[in-house]
Design a protein around this ligand. Structure first.
Ligand code: NAD
Length: 502
């Protein structure tokens, strides 16, 4: 990985400021739909460039190219040839580290200090991580007795599933897109990616990388556009798509599941959350504050795994609230290039309106606004951006929408609790089940509580500590399926049992 070097070139002058393009069958194209829209930078409201919107024709062409690559050169490569090529993709992302970094920060407004440590290096790592899994995982064999005494032998074969549609969100655009594309390609599939309409740049740039390292045309395709009645829907409904892997909101996940039901295509869904943080009185306060600062405010609160409900045991409640408030108020809001920036803007104006509507609802519901609650005063050159204040509330009822609905902003509600049993009930009392963070120095308590939480991922004394070999995904309305390590085999391959009578 290239080390981040400050000071960096101003994003105002970045060559990443340009029009996006579809990437179909190894070629960049504006398509034939004649439709496009403006890509707006959330830092200051400036126009980054134009984005073409794919219609049915572009989606058809991308799916056709993906199928041809599968039946052609890509499908004929050996596992070693394939994984070597993906290692070259990872190396080339790192060679072009600054290009990816600038494109990602322009699209999202996130601090470069964050994207240079998480988004871009993890985006590259997703192409190498699955190499070992592909090379080393075996399948099952069952010798079987038969009445004639000669027996039979069962063994399992795994084949690529086929053409995979990858639909991704805007909060960690490169990282979450390659989290799907990496294993899909490593396991021999081809992909058509529909990145979020708000963050088209890094998916487009990845097309240049694919061509540079010689990935056969049609293996990686990108179509831009919106969800419903646009590129997303055309892609998920396309009969040439063999599986849909999606990261985004629970509402869109429901629509995608419906679309995939035609033709009985499998889905892998990583959806929304309303994640609890549970802070016991026997925690290490420094660790709990540092972790909750990140889990509530990192990426301007736009992390699916983030904590929006914090439960703090009563003896340390006042101290915890005061220290989290001090941390939130010390955070600098500013430009991505500034190494002192701790928080960027929200993704766009529409999302800011949504987050501010929850800020208003909290006040209407009688919350105590511990800090924030509105729009910060920004310098004139940033006034056109989608800025909001990091916000902490106390005092809301457990059934208030601010406590029950995903806001996806830099905010959390903190509530006191008394007993372990009570807090487990509070944490589980939600339709969601993505992640939880538990803060305690009592080892037995940590294991006991973790086993009772209805979530896909439970962190103890940490947050967002990710080993890519582990299962990732949500319970309840937070998703279907698990990806990561060997778990990715379930979605990206189809298994055939071969039974041979001897
Ligand atoms: P979103 O659901 O609005 O959009 C995600 C993607 O789906 C976009 O590319 C969008 O164009 C597309 N889309 C929307 N409707 C579609 C449809 N009917 N058919 C096909 N495609 C469609 O989500 P978002 O606002 O981009 O992202 C934020 C949400 O994502 C939050 O709810 C967050 O919790 C969730 N998220 C979950 C995870 C996870 O791993 N569980 C990770 C990141 C984000």
């Amino acid at each position: 990985m290239n080390a981040p070097s400050h000071p960096r070139r101003s994003l105002a002058e970045s060559p990443a400021r340009r029009d996006a393009a579809h990437f179909i069958n190894g070629e960049f194209t504006q398509g034939t739909s004649g439709k496009s829209y403006d890509n707006i930078c959330p830092i200051d409201g400036s126009r980054i460039g134009a984005v073409p919107e794919a219609g049915q024709a572009e989606v058809d062409a991308a799916v056709k190219a993906a199928r041809a690559a599968l039946d052609g050169p890509w499908g004929k490569l050996t596992v070693v040839e394939r994984t070597n090529m993906l290692a070259a993709v990872a190396a080339e992302i790192n060679n072009r580290f600054d290009d990816f970094l600038e494109a990602e920060c322009l699209d999202t407004g996130k601090p470069m200090s964050l994207a240079s440590h998480i988004d871009i290096p993890r985006g590259a790592a997703n192409f190498t991580m699955f190499t070992d899994v592909v090379k080393t995982v075996s399948t099952e064999t069952f010798p079987m007795a038969t009445p004639d005494g000669k027996g039979a032998l069962n063994y399992a074969l795994r084949r690529p599933r086929g053409v995979i549609a990858v639909i991704s969100p805007w909060n960690l655009p490169l990282l979450l897109m390659t989290w799907k594309v990496g294993p899909a390609l490593a396991l021999g599939n081809t992909v058509v990616v529909k990145p979020s309409e708000s963050t088209p740049l890094t998916a487009t740039l990845l097309g240049e990388v694919m061509n540079k390292v010689g990935v056969p045309k049609g293996v990686y395709n990108v179509v831009h556009g919106f969800g419903g009645n646009s590129a997303g829907q055309f892609l998920t409904q396309h009969p040439g798509v063999n599986g849909v892997t999606f990261t985004g909101s629970t509402k869109s996940g429901e629509q995608i599941m419906l679309a995939a039901s035609h033709g009985i295509r499998p889905v892998s869904l990583e959806l929304g959350g309303k994640n609890p943080g549970i802070v016991f009185a026997d925690c290490d306060m420094e660790k709990a504050i540092e972790g909750t600062m990140r889990s509530a405010f990192a990426n301007c609160g736009q992390v699916c795994l983030g904590t929006e409900r914090v439960y703090v045991q009563r003896p340390i409640f006042d101290e915890f609230v005061a220290r989290l408030k001090a941390g939130a108020e010390a955070m600098k809001l500013g430009r991505p290039e500034d190494p002192a920036t701790g928080m960027g803007p929200l993704i766009h104006e529409t999302h800011r309106k949504k987050v501010l509507s929850y800020y208003a609802k909290a006040v209407e519901g009688g919350a105590t606004v511990v800090t924030g609650g509105g729009v910060p005063d920004m310098p004139a050159d940033l006034a056109g951006g989608s800025w909001v204040q990091p916000t902490i509330w106390t005092g809301l009822a457990d059934d208030h929408p601010v406590v029950t609905e995903e806001i996806f902003g830099p905010c959390c509600h903190i509530r006191p609790f008394d007993t372990e049993e009570e807090v487990i009930h509070l944490a589980n009392n939600t339709p969601y089940g993505l992640a939880a963070a538990v803060w305690t120095e009592n080892v037995s308590r940590a294991h006991r509580v973790a086993s009772k939480l209805e979530v896909g991922i439970c962190w103890v004394n940490s947050w967002f500590l990710r080993d890519l070999r582990t299962a990732f995904g949500g319970a309840k309305a937070s998703g279907i399926g698990r990806e990561g390590g060997v778990h990715s085999l379930e979605f990206y391959t189809e298994m055939t049992n071969v039974c041979v009578k001897l």
